[in-house]
Unconditional design. Structure first.
Ligand code: SF4
Length: 434
């Protein structure tokens, strides 16, 4: 429940954005809610009275209430009237509200369904934020149960997405991570319906969304993109510096036979050719992907094909999972031989070894370069930051050392210029550029 002025509304939206990205849903009534967050106003006495009434009503109807907002700056006033509230925080204390929701209603992390990494759920700092643009998926990958759980693709109207992004930017977010099950399919279900934002019609289309987000002047990172032909246009936006030169594409495999068994979208694309073309357009592009090894029927030949593909693709960031069947997935009915667990583990190890060698080589080539990084942590005479190539939680970091006095002045969420001084398999080291 949100009371008060537009600033309070921005706070409410910020809290909702976080919680929605983490899988929480907004309930239409007290009875349907597991918990109520009341964002209060304390500007004048009538607003205080209205806020206290709202808290009382939520307590009577639901029982579990977290209070935030301006009146939260006077906790005793609230406690005198309603001692049973679970938590009181002041205005703009989004993290504390979200942490309190986590405490009283722990997020259920579903590894097969969630878009946000488990670690990301615990503490999403205020300088970056996930932006969910759609729910569900029109594909039917054989190892996946998301469409049966979340249904077909339902895109959020573009005006709504852009307003949320704008509010995040206004609230101080420096990096937006666009997430969905299939970002490149955004708007297909809406027939790309246009809405006006900042005085111009914007179509609900992946490219148009990327253009509009690029106008916010903050980092825009695109996750879960499939290599459809129209993605090439977005690479040009990356080359122009309008969105980050970073693409998270879950390729999952390279063998055409396995991709067919997996029923992967855009499986017919010549991905190596596409990657080479993208790197011509945006030479700095960092490509991240995930893979599954040990899918039913994966032969030695299929696996070697995958390694050859990775050698040729030279991906920057790679995650790899051993296949494990998920209850309800159609892959369970495949008449293909299962890959023994020991062989799956061995294949994963070989794959990750190769990925680490490629990553180390690509990072070594960055030594000596100057680049902008976003600071995530400061302390102990060093700062930990990320470059355009590093998404939070899943990619590497840039550790900034050197001049401790200058480092002490840096704040979390600052964008600073650094010179890269050394590299490891996944991370970089740097000092502040002068
Ligand atoms: S694209 Fe495939 S793996 Fe991804 S959500 Fe859709 S069905 Fe699942």
């Amino acid at each position: 429940m949100s009371l008060g002025c537009p600033k309070a509304l921005v706070d409410s939206e910020r809290i909702l954005t976080r919680l929605r990205a983490e899988g929480y849903e907004v309930a239409a009534s007290y009875a349907k809610a597991d918990l109520v967050v009341v964002n209060t106003c304390g500007f004048i006495e009538s607003a205080v009275a209205e806020s206290l009434d709202a808290i009382g009503e939520a307590l009577a109807e639901n029982g579990k209430v977290i209070v935030t907002g301006c009146l939260g700056a006077q906790p005793q006033k609230i406690l005198d009237a309603h001692p049973q509230v679970l938590k009181i925080t002041g205005p703009q204390r989004y993290e504390e509200v979200v942490a309190s929701v986590h405490e009283h209603l722990p997020p259920k992390h579903e590894p097969f369904v969630d878009l946000v990494p488990a670690q990301g759920i615990k503490l999403t700092p205020r300088h970056y934020s996930y932006l969910k643009i759609s729910e569900g998926c029109n594909h039917r990958c054989s190892f996946c149960i998301i469409p049966s759980m979340r249904g077909d693709l339902v895109s959020r109207p573009i005006g709504e997405v852009l307003r949320e992004a704008e509010q995040l930017a206004r609230a101080g977010v420096k990096e937006i991570l666009v997430i969905s099950q299939d970002t490149s399919a955004y708007g297909v279900d809406l027939k790309y319906a246009a809405q006006v934002w900042r005085g111009a019609a914007r179509r609900a289309r992946f490219y148009d969304l990327a253009v509009a987000l690029g106008e916010l002047g903050i980092w825009i990172r695109l996750h879960y993109v499939y290599p459809y032909p129209h993605v090439d246009q977005v690479i040009e936006l990356m080359a122009d510096g309008r969105v980050l030169p970073y693409l998270d594409i879950p390729f999952q495999h390279a063998s055409a036979r396995i991709l067919k068994l997996m029923k992967r979208p855009a499986a017919a694309e010549d991905t190596l050719e596409r990657i080479a073309a993208w790197r011509k357009i945006a030479p700095d592009i960092a490509i991240r992907s995930t893979f599954i090894v040990g899918f039913p029927g994966e032969s030695d030949r299929d696996f070697e094909e995958l390694l050859d593909w990775l050698r040729a693709a030279q991906l920057d960031r790679v995650g790899c999972f051993e296949y494990s069947p998920v209850a309800g997935a159609s892959a369970n009915a495949l008449r293909e031989p299962a890959v023994p667990d020991a062989l799956k583990a061995q294949r994963r190890e070989r794959f990750m070894q190769l990925a680490a060698e490629i990553s180390a080589r690509r990072l070594a080539a960055k030594v000596g370069r100057t680049m902008a990084v976003l600071v995530d942590q400061v302390g102990d005479g060093a700062a930990v930051a990320r470059s355009a190539s590093d998404a939070p939680e899943i990619d590497g970091t840039v550790r900034i050392g050197g001049d401790t006095r200058a480092l002490e002045r840096i704040k979390v969420g600052a964008m600073v210029q650094v010179k890269i001084t050394a590299s490891g398999p996944y991370d970089l080291e740097a000092r502040l550029a002068t």
